[in-house]
Design a protein around this ligand. Sequence first.
Ligand code: SAM
Length: 234
Amino acid sequence: MIPDFALSCSEFESVGLTLSREQYEKLSIYAEFLVEYNEKVNLTAITEPMEILRKHFIDSILLTKYVDIPLNSTLIDVGTGAGFPSVPIKIYRPDIKITLLDSLNKRIDYLKQLCEKLEIDAEFIHGRAEDFSKKEEYREKFDFSCARAVANMALLSELCIPFVKQNGCFVAMKGPNEDISLGANAVEILGGLIEKEIEYKLFDEERKIVLVRKISQTPSKYPRNSSQIKKKTL
Ligand code: SAM
């Protein structure tokens, strides 16, 4: 369900990444299961082999090219959906310890089956980010939090920054059109600092990674509950 090994390798190479046979085999199993499961549970609108390769797998893995993730780091993927970006990252960088969080239990069920098939170790959380980051066992416990296609920068900051340890990073994967400065106030209130905006191309599409460094503790009143968050972003 993805292009053959030679073509997949050349797609990876064209964005400056390599691909091993073992990684390819796992991505193939991933794509096949994604498309099969998508027939009964809505996971993705992208089902064409080359699009899965480029827009899900390579897009996710590019995070490891632009962000320096030290060996054995912990990473929580907030609103992971069908596992993006963290499951392809885990296939590429098995040393990283991933936690998959999503508010939809059907997606968590699928992710558990997927990770079993891929023989991948992961922690699964079914719930809302704003509820779980208040719990002591998750609050300020991760080296990295990340999210792709979940919410605007201000809202996303409230969902993601509370999970990150001091000096850790929140990584937001964005398209070209969002004005990141609209999230700057939220980032600051939550203890972050926008360190870098990295612009790059995913084939012919513009992409952006926003790297937020956690420079101080998140005040205990954040995150607010979901109705307050929805009513007014910081
Ligand atoms: N990150 C995936 C990707 O890039 O394909 C999925 C993106 S999907 C558009 C957004 C996901 O975020 C959905 O699976 C949804 O259930 C989840 N989500 C939205 N708000 C959330 C919250 N507050 N806490 C946890 N999950 C949330």
